[in-house]
Design a protein around this ligand. Structure first.
Ligand code: ATP
Ligand code: ZN
Length: 284
């Protein structure tokens, strides 16, 4: 019995999807131009597909689980379960108009011709905002539509905004924020469900580890209490005596986001020799 996972064959999510499996300790033979492959050390079969097709394959049960952008999940409206956010493939679906256009709010889109590859999401967005517009669906190179007179505005995926800028456009509304997610068939057999739990456990350990750092520092014993109070840790920090009298070594785990604030407070409290090292896996 194997778990079948669908990932993007090539494109922006391909490498990060493979990397995620690798970080979960799953080795796959990643041959080019292959339609599918198998993991050597986990009961996993990997299908390489176009991202647009993945929700349908999952709904039909051809694959059990898959990795796609939330944007694709919402656009395709298939019966699939979103299991976990994966933290890569971050982008937003935005409205953009020519730089010279005098844009104040969403009502300015009224009656405009808007080019997009996401007619369903855009349709919902316009409806929610009480705007009627002419949605023109195109499958690629949406950003050139205004320049060639095909549409007055666009709704497209953006990450940095530089593509829009180069095409003389400005971003005016965020329709959706998206990242890659793990989706699953809604009626998985028990065996597949168990394998999914196993995989999910590994994914969560990898993702938690990424958001955290292991910190080691030397603390003067007379200020140990204050220094420990600054470190949240998983339970409480580990404290070991140093060979030098009056000093201790303190080990703990820090959230990446709190890092700089805490470092400053630690130094102010007398901590020295502060080391921050990455964590590979983290199981709580
Ligand atoms: P396919 O050949 O599989 O249909 P595609 O051309 O539709 O590929 P890609 O451009 O590879 O798709 O994007 C795949 C996904 O990556 C998007 O659906 C989105 O979730 C995510 N993504 C992240 N950043 C961006 C970006 N700047 N532009 C487009 N997609 C992005
Ligand atoms: Zn696609």
């Amino acid at each position: 019995m194997k778990l079948k996972i669908a990932i993007q064959k090539s494109g922006r999510l391909h490498e990060d999807s493979i990397k995620l499996l690798k970080e979960c300790g799953i080795d796959i033979n990643n041959g080019v131009n292959k339609l599918k492959t198998e993991a050597t050390n986990f009961p996993l079969e990997v299908f390489f597909l176009r991202d647009d097709d993945i929700p349908q394959y999952i709904e039909d049960g051809v694959a059990d689980i898959g990795v796609v952008g939330e944007n694709v999940v919402l656009e395709k409206k298939k019966q699939v379960r979103v299991v976990e956010k994966l933290g890569f493939g971050k982008c937003r679906l935005s409205m953009a108009v020519p730089k010279a256009m005098d844009y104040n709010n969403v009502k300015d889109l009224h009656n405009l011709k808007i080019a997009t590859s996401y007619p369903v999401i855009l349709g919902d967005f316009l409806k929610n905002n009480g705007v009627t517009a002419d949605i023109h669906e195109i499958s690629g190179s949406v950003e050139i539509a205004p320049g060639i007179g095909l549409a007055a505005a666009i709704c497209d995926l953006v990450s940095s905004g530089s593509t829009l800028f180069m095409n003389g456009l400005k971003e005016v509304e965020t329709v959706l924020k998206s990242e890659a997610v793990l989706i699953a068939n809604e009626g998985l057999q028990e065996a597949q469900q168990l394998l999914l739990q196993k995989l999910l456990f590994r994914i969560q350990a990898v993702r938690k580890a990424k958001n955290n750092k292991y910190i080691l520092l030397n603390a003067p014993n007379n200020n140990l209490k204050e220094i420990i109070s600054l470190l949240p840790g998983m339970k409480s920090p580990t404290v070991l005596p140093l060979a030098e009298e009056g000093w201790s070594s303190v080990h703990s785990v820090l959230n990446e986001n709190d890092f700089w604030d805490i470092i400053e407070s630690l130094k102010a409290a007398g901590a020295q020799g502060i080391l921050v090292v990455p964590i590979e896996k983290m199981v709580i």
